[in-house]
Every structure is written in structure tokens, then in C-alpha cells.
Ligand binder design. Structure first.
Ligand SMILES: Cc1cc2nc3c(=O)[nH]c(=O)nc-3n(C[C@H](O)[C@H](O)[C@H](O)COP(=O)(O)OP(=O)(O)OC[C@H]3O[C@@H](n4cnc5c(N)ncnc54)[C@H](O)[C@@H]3O)c2cc1C
Length: 540
């Protein structure tokens, strides 16, 4: 098999799958001076959108293909071509089951977010019959609880946007890209498992794969059903409230403050919002440290404005995706300000999980066809901002912000036009008049200026000004702010060694909550890594 890299196609030629296929075939044949009948098994391996020459837009591909007369392949590789032709190699993922130790107890997984779910899926498929404890509910019931919360403000502290089957990522934009290097095929394996459970094939090659909440929740249910078929046991509404540790070895867990379960291997995949569990772990002297993260506010623009700026075109219709952006700046005070978890054609959502505290995030459906684009504009915060290096100081810092946001909105999401936040106005070149916010959960106009310290607020405005120089209209008067984005990543890191084990033997800190991942795919990859460790140590 061969592959051709950096093959460009005007987006108009890829308006349908059939058009795309014949245009690619024609170009590959052309660049090899071969008859297109000689080429077979064309497969897109990578596809990205190139808007550098906007309004002319191109898709850039990496395509694998076969020459029917295979003896020709060597000749083609040796010959000089205008196109970049190489040999195609597919990295396939393999779980090495070389464990020689007998398990005294079935492996226990705490939490069914991407980390716990992909660890559980891989161990179940390999015959390890894991037992999972999830404090929330099955995804179908959870969706009802979250919709009820957004409609009537009734928060269930264990069934919400943060907690429940599928974890924090279930009500999300479902962006599946990650910056983590993928030496061992885990990234592709995560995407392959999503496709195996109903996600569209194109996520395997899109440079920015995304599936949206509607598809994500279905893949979670499909994975769960397969795990049960393969012998896993899943316990919902089962919060791990304590741990049994003897001579620095985990020997058991406690469920819902009553039931004790003996344990030997415990995968701690609790996510960044399990503050009560972090406190329990701290009181057991589980080695952990405070971790820097970032906080900020969500910013909304009209999606058509972002499309126009990024693509140089109006009315993109269905032919190419809603435009996105990724921005980063450094302030004069050397604080990082950047856009985070951008949701094209999405919603700002109330993502709270504690009474009288309000946290927001963003989500979209697979179609990304809501009227507004949003992202979090966040500023890095460190122990200096927390005012202490206590391992749980970051949690305290988050809670303070969320209490302020709750009060500013009187329980609803507090929002404000940018010019009211800065106290300056007159920038209405691109956003000439106010527009309707896209928000899941009740919201109210309020004054967000007291949310952050002066230095964090100043950094925000400095960053926005820099971004307005990159994307015209980005800091216009009528763009809409909402507060507070406080859970951008875990405020703690639970220490582990090179084989992913805590100093407390048998305990495996995993995923975002443990401080080793940021995002759905990287958390799932961390889950796979721990499944590999278990499979190398124990036999099923
Ligand atoms: C609204 C929103 C949108 C997001 N959008 C994206 C996106 O588009 N793309 C992206 O890559 N990332 C996104 N993220 C981040 C992503 O969701 C997380 O990085 C990812 O879910 C982390 O996975 P995890 O398995 O480590 O933890 P989590 O997903 O947080 O899962 C932890 C699970 O553990 C359970 N749990 C916690 N404590 C206990 C306990 N004591 N006992 C039993 N169970 C427990 C929780 O109920 C939860 O289900 C988003 C997050 C949110 C909140």
C-alpha cells in the first residue's frame, strides 16, 4: 500500500462523498501518470481544511491506496514525483496480555467518564470482568436530569453535567482532538472504539474530529451494553466514600458510606470535579499536589461572523464545517490568556455540580448549527493566586469563584455585554447590534467585574484586545460574556509512578481528575494505558 500526502482539493470538489472520491482518484492517477483503473482501495487517512487563501478553501488529504499491479509499487516509490508518495504503514493497537499474576479480586474502576469507560471497555473485552462504581446514573436517566436542571434549575448533586455515566464529556462539543503524541496507537484506538460504537467513520481521519453530545451519549450506552455482555458489572448511584488502606496497600473501598468492598486493584478515574473524594484521599495521605489550571469566562459571537472572518465567505451552508479559532496571548504581567474548548454553533451550559455554586462550560450537537460560536477565554492561575500551596487550595479557589458567580446571577448564569465589562464602548464595526445568547440553563444580565481579582481581570481585557487584532470584531461591544469557567482542568495531581501506580500499592490514579489528562480523548488514552498495565501484571 502506498500513501500520497498533502493532496489538495478545492472544497467545492468534495461537496459529496462520490464527488470527493472521483476527484481524489483523478488527482492520484494524474500525479502518478497512471490510468485511474490501476488504482484501488483509496482510503482517507487524514483530512484538514486549509483557509489560508480564503475565500478559496481547500481540503488537504493524506490518502492510502493500492496499485492493482503491486510490482509497480516499488518502481513508483523509487521514481521522483511531483507528489509526496510514501509507503503506507497502519499502526494497529494491541493489548499485551502477558500478566502472570492471579487476581484475588476483580479490578475495580471508580468513575465512568472517558478514562474509566475506556479502561473498563478494554479490560472487559480482554476478559477481566471489571466492577465499576459510578456515583451518577445511566446516561439515559442522566440526560433527563440535566435537561430538567437546565429547564427548572433543579440540581441533583450526583446526576448533572459533571457526574454520571459518560462523565463530564457527555454534555460537550465532543471534540476528540488531543495534543498528546500517540506513539503506541492509543489515540487511533480510542477513535476506532468510538466508531465501533456508532460514531461516524470520518472521525478516524478528520484533523479536528468531533461528534457532539447527541452522538457521544449514544456511543457511551453502546459501550456499556457491550461491557455488560463481556462480563463487566456496573453499579450506578454508587459513590466511593472511603478507602481501606493497610500498610500502604489498598484493601478495600466503601460505597455510599456503608458497604465495604474488598479490593486489590483500584483505578481512580474520578474526574476534576470529585472534590469530596479528593478530600477523602487527602485525609488518607494519598500523595497529591495542587496543580495550576486556568479560569475565565465564556464569550459568544454570532457563528456567521466567525465563519466570515475565518473563511472570507458568507453562508457556508452545509459544504464545510462551522469555523473555529484557537487564540493565545501573553500579558505584560506574563500571564497566559487563551481561548479554550471552542464550541462552533454551540451553547454555553450551566455545568454546576454543587449547591449555591455556579460553573459553566460549552457544548454543541453534532450538527454544530446553533446561531452562536462560543469559547472560554481563560487566564492561567497558580498557587500564587490560590494564596497557599496546600494540595486542595485550588479547589478552594474554584469554590470561591463559583459562589460569587452564583450570587451575581442569583442562581442563574450571570451574563454581560463586553463594553459594560470594560466600561468602554464604541467598538461596533462588526457586531452592530445586540444578539440573542445561546445558553442552556437560565441566565440574567449582571455585572461580572467583581468576579476576578484586578490582575486576572486586567489580563482578560489585555488578552481580548490582542485577540481583537487577530480576529476583527472579537472584542466588539456587543459580544456576550458569561461566568464562571472554573473547571478547565484538575486543580490537583494525584502522584503516580512510571507504571501508573500511587505510592499506595494497588491504587491507579487515572484521567483528568488525577491530573494526567485534559479532554475526552487524552482521558480515554490514559484509561487504555492503565488497562495495559493491568494486563501486563495479571492474567484475566
Ligand atoms: C460541559 C463540558 C464540555 C466539555 N467539552 C469537551 C470537548 O468538547 N472535548 C474534550 O476533549 N473535552 C471536553 N470536556 C472535558 C472532558 O469532558 C474531560 O476532560 C473528560 O471527561 C475527563 O474524563 P475523566 O474520565 O478523567 O473524568 P470525568 O469525565 O470527569 O469522569 C469522572 C466520573 O467519575 C465519577 N465519580 C467521581 N467521583 C466518584 C466517586 N467518589 N465514586 C464514584 N464515581 C465517581 C463521576 O460521576 C464521573 O462520571 C468538557 C467538559 C465539560 C464539563
Amino acid at each position: 500500500m502506498l500513501q500520497i500526502n498533502q493532496l489538495k482539493l478545492p472544497v467545492e470538489e468534495a461537496s459529496t462523498k462520490e464527488n470527493e472520491y472521483s476527484a481524489l482518484l483523478y488527482r492520484i492517477a494524474g500525479s502518478l501518470h497512471l490510468n485511474s483503473d490501476m488504482i484501488d482501495e483509496i482510503q482517507i487517512q487524514k483530512k484538514s481544511l486549509d483557509a489560508r487563501k480564503k475565500p478559496q478553501l481547500f481540503y488537504v488529504y493524506c490518502i492510502s491506496f493500492k496499485i492493482k499491479n503491486s510490482s509497480l509499487e516499488e518502481k513508483i516509490l523509487k521514481k521522483k514525483h511531483s507528489a509526496d508518495i510514501t509507503r503506507f504503514k497502519l499502526v494497529s493497537y494491541q493489548l499485551e496480555m502477558t500478566g502472570t499474576k492471579k487476581m484475588l479480586h476483580r479490578p475495580i474502576i471508580i468513575g465512568m467518564g472517558p478514562a474509566g469507560l475506556f479502561c473498563g471497555y478494554t479490560l472487559s473485552k480482554a476478559g477481566y470482568c471489571p466492577v465499576i462504581y459510578e456515583r451518577g446514573k445511566r446516561v439515559e436517566e442522566r440526560i433527563r436530569d440535566v435537561e430538567e436542571f437546565w429547564k427548572n434549575g433543579k440540581l441533583l448533586i450526583n446526576s448533572n453535567v459533571q457526574f454520571g455515566e459518560g462523565g463530564a464529556g457527555t454534555f460537550s462539543d465532543g471534540k476528540l482532538n488531543t495534543l498528546i503524541k500517540d506513539k503506541n496507537g492509543r489515540n487511533r484506538e480510542v477513535l476506532r472504539i468510538f466508531v465501533e460504537n456508532g460514531a461516524p467513520e470520518h472521525i478516524l481521519y478528520d484533523s479536528k474530529p468531533h461528534i457532539g453530545t447527541d452522538i457521544l451519549s449514544k456511543t457511551v450506552a453502546s459501550m456499556r451494553n457491550k461491557m455488560l455482555e463481556w462480563g463487566a458489572e456496573i453499579n450506578y448511584e454508587s459513590t466511593v466514600t472511603d478507602f481501606r488502606i493497610e500498610k500502604n496497600i489498598v484493601t478495600g473501598i466503601e460505597i455510599n458510606n456503608k458497604k465495604i468492598i474488598p479490593a486489590e486493584t483500584v483505578i481512580l478515574a474520578i474526574g476534576h470535579s470529585a472534590r469530596d473524594t479528593f478530600e477523602t484521599l487527602y485525609h488518607h495521605n494519598i500523595p497529591m499536589v495542587a496543580k495550576d489550571f486556568a479560569v475565565g469566562m465564556r464569550l459568544q459571537h454570532r457563528q456567521e461572523h466567525i465563519d466570515y472572518i475565518q473563511y472570507g465567505r458568507d453562508n457556508r451552508g452545509k459544504s464545510f464545517p462551522a469555523a473555529s479559532y484557537k487564540l493565545a496571548a501573553k500579558t505584560a504581567q506574563d500571564r497566559g490568556v487563551y481561548s479554550f474548548c471552542m464550541c462552533p454553533g454551540g451553547y454555553v451550559v450551566n455545568a454546576s455540580s454543587e449547591e449555591n455554586r455556579l460553573a459553566i462550560n460549552g457544548m454543541s450537537y453534532s450538527g454544530r448549527n446553533a446561531n452562536n460560536a462560543n469559547s472560554a477565554i481563560i487566564m492561567s492561575v497558580t498557587k500564587a493566586d490560590f494564596g497557599s500551596d496546600h494540595p486542595l487550595a485550588g479547589i478552594h479557589f474554584q469554590r470561591e469563584l463559583e459562589e460569587k458567580a452564583y450570587k451575581l446571577g442569583n442562581g442563574s448564569i450571570p451574563i454581560q455585554y463586553y463594553h459594560d465589562f470594560t466600561g468602554k464602548s464604541g467598538k461596533r464595526e462588526y457586531i452592530k447590534e445586540p444578539f440573542e445568547p445561546c445558553i442552556k440553563g437560565s441566565y440574567i444580565f449582571s455585572d461580572l467585574r467583581s468576579l476576578f481579582s484586578d490582575s486576572v481581570k486586567a489580563a482578560f481585557i489585555e488578552g481580548m484586545t490582542q485577540f481583537g487584532n487577530i480576529i476583527p470584531g472579537f472584542d466588539d461591544d456587543y459580544c456576550i460574556l458569561a461566568g464562571v469557567e472554573s473547571r478547565t482542568s484538575s486543580p490537583v495531581r494525584i502522584l503516580r509512578d512510571t507504571v501508573y501506580e500511587s505510592e499506595v500499592k494497588g491504587l491507579y490514579p487515572c484521567g483528568e481528575g488525577a491530573g494526567y489528562a485534559g479532554g475526552i480523548t487524552s482521558a480515554a488514552m490514559d484509561g487504555l494505558a492503565i488497562a495495559e498495565v493491568i494486563a501486563k501484571k495479571y492474567y484475566p
